[in-house]
Design a protein around this ligand. Structure first.
Ligand SMILES: C[S@@+](CC[C@H](N)C(=O)[O-])C[C@H]1O[C@@H](n2cnc3c(N)ncnc32)[C@H](O)[C@@H]1O
Length: 246
């Protein structure tokens, strides 16, 4: 499913410029120029916004165990520790997880793990109260993103909440010609185009909103609310979904 490329990209990026690999909006911060405190403050603000949103839509989970999927260097996992008793951050990249572990201020309350599989089988059924993910699912091909979303509802306890971001774009039926062209354009061609311009070969994918809603419904979840969230692009709309595990 093409996760080897994703892993290699973030393995390299995590070794050379991990904080910029996570937040690359300001080119002046390229080359390890992020101020560490300012970087982690962005996570505190994002999680405060998430908690406010969950309260507003009456979807606050139990404050026990949370998972941060695609945790990078722990920007959001660390902020989640203020609201949850224990937090697990999981990422496909060893170098990212190494960096996250080096910046962990919560000792055993925050645990970072590597997962290179296209599922979350290292986590038990019904073992989390909350799953959060932002700007991470979009880096995996849609088939893998769909599998991870389905897994969120297996590892959540009944009543647990998933709050995750994934961009929405044109709908492609799995296995269709459209899906094959999509994979070529968004995978190898995009990586090649980035490489010749000297950029890290980061892939950005999307899953159409209606498909995400079907995945949630078919995986034992119920969509509570969705909203546009994060930076928007011409070909895709960044969406955040809040769903409860049944
Ligand atoms: C842009 S960073 C975002 C990190 C973090 N979510 C944040 O907002 O601070 C994307 C992260 O997702 C991770 N990632 C990409 N694909 C993944 C996958 N299939 N499973 C787990 N992590 C993944 C990358 O290694 C990288 O650390």
């Amino acid at each position: 499913m093409g996760l080897k490329h994703v892993q290699k990209t973030y393995e390299d990026y995590g070794k050379s410029d991990p904080m910029y690999a996570v937040l690359s909006g300001d080119k002046d911060l390229q080359g390890n120029k992020w101020d560490v405190e300012a970087f982690f403050e962005t996570g505190v603000a994002e999680i405060a916004d998430a908690i406010g949103y969950l309260q507003q839509i009456d979807a606050m989970p139990e404050a026990n165990r949370a998972l941060d999927f695609g945790c990078g260097v722990g920007r959001l996992s660390q902020a989640l520790c203020t609201h949850f008793a224990t937090v697990v951050g999981v990422d496909i990249s060893y170098s990212m997880v190494e960096c996250a572990t080096a910046h962990n201020k919560f000792e055993k309350r925050c645990d970072y793990k590597v997962n290179t599989m296209d599922d979350l089988s290292q986590f038990e059924d019904a073992s989390f109260d909350f799953v959060y993910s932002n700007i991470s699912l979009q880096h995996s091909p849609p088939e893998a993103a769909a599998k991870y979303i389905a897994e969120f509802f297996r590892i959540l306890r009944p009543g647990g909440i998933a709050l995750f971001q994934v961009p929405s774009g044109k709908r492609h039926e799995p296995g269709s010609i459209g899906a094959k062209i999509y994979s070529l354009k968004r995978g190898p061609l995009r990586r090649f185009w980035k490489r010749i311009r000297g950029k890290p070969p980061v892939e950005i994918h999307y899953v159409h909103q209606s498909l995400v809603e079907e995945i949630i419904a078919n995986s034992g979840g119920k969509l509570l609310h969705s909203r546009q969230f994060g930076s928007q692009h011409r070909s895709r709309v960044s969406m955040q979904y809040c769903a409860v595990a049944l």
